[in-house]
Design a protein around this ligand. Structure first.
Ligand code: IVH
Length: 662
C-alpha cells in the first residue's frame, strides 16, 4: 500500500475509534491498540511530511504558547440556566410555560447536565476557525489553540448542507476513567493530583501553553447552536441530529418526553444511572423542544425561559472533622479514619471517611476540627477530597499516629515501604474480629448472619478465640448476646453447620492468608487438591503454582510456619469442616473461554453459575467486550445484552447455558 493510502486508512480508523470512545461510550479496542495505530500514523507522517494535514489526529499536540488569552465578544450572548431542585419547583417552571403557550402539555428534550465548562466553537464553511470560553456570557476568552488539542473536536465538518457560519455551544469535560489515569500518572511522577474532573478540565483549558492542554484527556459534547447562517431548525432534536450529522460529538443519551411525568421519569432514570456513566453530571437539563416556543418564551436576564437545570443532590459537600481515630483490620493494618459531622451526600448520610494510611493523612494534612470537602462516588467509600485551609482558626489539632495498637496496646510496626503500620499482636481482639468476619464472607465460608457487629461482640464476650471456635457455639451461648433472639441464633447455628460442607478454594481464601485473594486461593486449590499438601508445600513448590511469585510464596509459607495457624487449620478439620477438592472435568464448551453473566437466572445463583463455569476451565468476567466468548443472559438482562448483540457475542439463555454445562 502507498503511504498516502495507509495514512488515509489510519486516519479513518482513528476517527472511528474516537467516535466509539468519546461519543458513544463504546470503545472497540484497548487504549494500547489505539496508541499503536497513532504511532504508526506518526511514523508515516514523519517519513512523508507532505502528507501532514492540519486535521490529522497527530496534530492535536499543541505548540502555541501565549502570553495571555485574547478577549472575544460572543455574537450571541451565552446564557446560563436557572436551577430547580424538587418536584414543586419544576412544576412551577412547567406551569409557567404551559400558561404562556396555552399548551396542555409541553414537549421537552432532556439531557445530562455535564459537569465541565461551557465553550463556544465557530465554524466557517465547515472549518473550525476559533473557540472561546463563556466568560461572563458576553465576553469570553479565546482558547482556540487549546480547543484544537481536544481529540474529538472536529477541525473540519463533514456531511451535507453545512452552514456558511455555524456557532455551536457545548461542554469540555474529563471522563472519570481518563481522570483516574491522569491522576495516577501525575502521582507516579511525584506531582500533585487534581481534586476532581471539573476543576482539572477548567484548569487544562486555561493553559497558556497548549502543549500542556494537549497532555490532558479533554472530551467534548455539543448541545446548542448559537448563530447560524442559512439553516433553520424547527426543533431542538433536529438541531442535535444536524450537529451529529456534521461530525460534531453529540451525547447519544437524551430523553424526548412530554410534560411533568415524562421529565420526572427521565430525571429518576438518569439519577439511577449517574454512577455508571463514564462522566460526571450534576443534574438534568430540560429544554423545550419547539423552536417557535423558544422564540416566544425569550429570556430573563442571563437565562432562557425555555430551559432549566433540574439538579441532583450534590456529591461533594463541606463538613467538619470531629475526631480522627484508627481502625485495626484483620491483618493488623492500622487505618486512620475521620469522624465527621454527618452530611447527606451522594444519596447517603456520611459520618466517617477513610484516610487510608498515615502517608495519606499527612499528604492531605487533615486535622481534628478542620473543615473539609467530602465526596462519595459510586459504591466507593466516602473520602475527604481536601481541607478547606481558609477556614482554619488555629484551634485544629494535628493527629498523632499511635505507636501502640489502640485496641490491645501491642507494638505497632511499619512495613518496609512505610505505607502500612501494623499491630504486631495476632491475638489482638480487633484482628480476631476481622478474621472472623472475613472467614464468614459470602465468597469465603458464606456464613449468613455473621456480620461485623456480631463478630466484635463475640470477641468482646470471649465466646471465640479463633475461627475454629465458631463450630463450638451453641444456642445458650449465642442467646446470651445482646439483641440476639432465639430465632436468629438458631439460623446462625444452621449457617455455621452448613459451612462445613465447602470447597477447598473457599476454605483457603477464608483462612485470610496475607495477600491470598480469591484467584490465588483457586490456583492453590487446583494445584494441591488437599489441605495437608498445601500446608507442607516448600517455597519452590509454591512457586510452581500458576501466578504465584516469590513474595506470595513466602507469605503463604510464613503463614503455615506459624504453629498457631496450623493449630487453627487442624481444629477446623476436627470440627468437621471438609473442603472438597475441585472437580476435574473434561474440556468442554467453556474451557479457555471468557463468559459474562447478566440478568437473573431462575435455577441457580450468580456465584453458583460462576463456579460451574470456572470448574470447566472458563473465566467469568464482569463486562462485555470483543474478547467475550459467551454472554449468559438471565431474566431482565439489560445493557450487557445490548452490547453483546452489538459486538456479535454469542448469547446463551438459561436453558442453553445448562445444556452446555452438561
Ligand atoms: S444548555 C441556554 N445543555 O450548564 C442554555 N448546558 O448553567 C445554555 N451544561 O453554562 C446551556 N450540560 O456549561 C446546556 N446539556 C447541556 C448542558 C449544559 C451542561 C452547563 C453549561 C452551562 C450551564 C448552565
Amino acid at each position: 500500500m502507498k503511504p498516502a493510502e495507509r495514512v488515509a486508512t489510519l486516519r479513518a480508523e482513528l476517527a472511528h475509534h474516537n467516535h466509539r470512545y468519546y461519543t458513544l461510550d463504546a470503545p472497540e479496542i484497548s487504549d494500547s491498540a489505539y496508541d499503536t495505530l497513532m504511532r504508526e500514523l506518526q511514523q508515516l507522517e514523519a517519513a512523508n511530511p507532505e502528507l501532514i494535514t492540519p486535521d490529522s489526529p497527530t496534530q492535536r499536540v499543541g505548540g502555541a504558547v501565549l502570553e495571555k488569552f485574547e478577549k472575544v465578544t460572543h455574537r450571541q450572548q451565552m446564557l446560563s440556566l436557572g436551577n430547580v431542585f424538587d418536584d414543586g419547583e419544576f412544576t412551577e417552571f412547567d406551569d409557567r410555560i404551559r400558561k404562556a403557550m396555552t399548551a396542555e402539555q409541553v414537549e421537552y428534550v432532556c439531557e445530562p447536565k455535564m459537569d465541565g465548562l461551557a465553550i463556544e466553537l465557530v465554524y466557517e464553511k465547515g472549518h473550525f476557525v476559533g473557540g472561546s470560553t463563556r466568560g461572563d456570557g458576553v465576553i469570553g476568552e479565546d482558547v482556540t489553540e487549546n480547543l484544537k488539542t481536544i481529540r474529538n473536536l472536529p477541525i473540519e465538518l463533514s456531511g451535507n448542507k453545512i452552514p456558511k457560519l455555524l456557532e455551536v455551544r457545548g461542554e469540555v469535560f474529563i471522563r472519570k476513567a481518563d481522570f483516574k489515569r491522569m491522576n495516577d500518572t501525575l502521582l507516579a511522577r511525584g506531582e500533585e493530583a487534581f481534586v476532581n474532573p471539573r476543576n482539572s478540565a477548567a484548569g487544562s483549558l486555561r493553559q497558556l501553553d497548549s502543549r500542556v492542554t494537549a497532555s490532558r484527556p479533554l472530551s467534548l459534547y455539543v448541545y446548542e447552536v448559537g448563530s447560524v447562517d442559512g439553516r433553520e431548525f424547527q426543533t431542538h432534536v433536529e438541531k442535535l441530529d444536524a450537529m451529529a450529522s456534521w461530525g460534531l460529538p453529540v451525547n447519544p443519551r437524551r430523553y424526548q418526553v412530554k410534560g411533568f411525568d415524562g421529565v420526572k421519569g427521565a430525571w429518576s432514570n438518569l439519577l439511577a444511572e449517574r454512577h455508571a456513566l463514564p462522566y460526571e453530571i450534576d443534574g438534568l437539563v430540560v429544554k423545550v423542544d419547539s423552536t417557535d416556543f423558544r422564540t416566544r418564551l425569550g429570556q430573563v436576564s442571563k437565562s432562557p425561559r425555555w430551559a432549566v437545570a433540574w439538579k441532583f443532590p450534590p456529591e461533594e459537600l463541606e463538613t467538619q472533622v470531629e475526631r480522627i481515630l484508627v481502625q485495626v483490620g484483620r491483618t493488623g493494618a492500622i487505618t486512620p479514619l475521620a469522624e465527621l459531622t454527618p452530611v447527606f451526600v451522594g444519596g447517603v448520610t456520611v459520618s466517617r471517611a477513610t484516610l487510608h494510611n498515615e502517608a495519606e493523612l499527612r499528604r492531605k494534612d487533615v486535622r481534628e476540627g478542620d473543615w473539609v470537602f467530602v465526596r462519595r462516588a459510586g459504591d466507593v467509600i466516602p473520602e475527604i477530597v481536601k481541607v478547606i485551609t481558609s477556614k482554619r482558626t488555629g484551634a485544629e489539632k494535628e493527629f498523632v499516629f499511635p505507636t501502640k495498637c489502640p485496641i490491645c496496646d501491642a507494638a505497632v510496626k511499619k512495613e518496609e515501604d512505610g505505607a502500612i503500620a501494623r499491630c504486631t499482636n495476632r491475638a489482638c481482639p480487633a484482628q480476631l474480629a476481622g478474621r472472623l468476619r472475613h472467614f464468614a464472607t459470602r465468597t469465603a465460608m458464606d456464613i449468613d448472619g455473621l456480620g461485623e457487629k456480631l463478630c466484635e461482640a463475640m470477641v468482646e464476650k470471649k465466646l471465640v478465640g479463633s475461627v475454629a471456635d465458631l463450630y463450638e457455639l451453641d444456642l445458650d451461648t449465642l442467646t446470651g448476646l445482646e439483641r440476639m433472639g432465639e430465632k436468629s441464633a438458631q439460623k446462625l447455628l444452621e449457617a455455621i453447620t452448613r459451612s462445613k460442607d465447602t470447597t477447598l478454594r473457599r476454605f483457603i481464601y477464608a483462612l485470610g492468608i496475607p495477600d491470598v485473594g480469591e484467584a490465588t486461593a483457586k490456583a492453590l486449590a487446583e494445584h494441591f487438591r488437599e489441605v495437608p499438601a498445601l500446608m507442607n508445600a516448600s517455597l519452590e513448590e509454591l512457586q510452581r503454582v500458576k501466578d504465584i511469585g516469590p513474595e506470595m510464596a513466602s507469605s503463604i509459607r510464613t503463614y503455615f510456619d506459624e504453629p498457631e495457624n496450623r493449630a487453627v487449620v487442624d481444629a477446623l478439620r476436627k470440627e468437621g469442616v471438609k473442603p472438597k477438592p475441585p472437580e476435574i472435568v473434561a474440556a468442554g464448551a467453556f474451557s479457555g473461554k471468557t463468559v459474562v453473566i447478566t440478568g437473573t437466572l431462575a435455577g441457580m445463583g450468580r456465584d453458583e453459575a460462576k463456579e460451574a463455569i470456572e470448574r470447566r476451565g472458563g473465566k467469568v468476567s464482569g463486562s462485555v467486550s470483543k474478547k467475550t466468548d459467551f454472554l449468559v443472559a438471565g431474566e431482565e438482562a439489560g445493557s450487557k445484552l445490548t452490547k453483546a448483540k452489538e459486538l456479535g457475542v454469542r448469547v446463551l439463555n438459561e436453558a442453553e447455558f445448562l445444556a452446555l454445562l452438561k
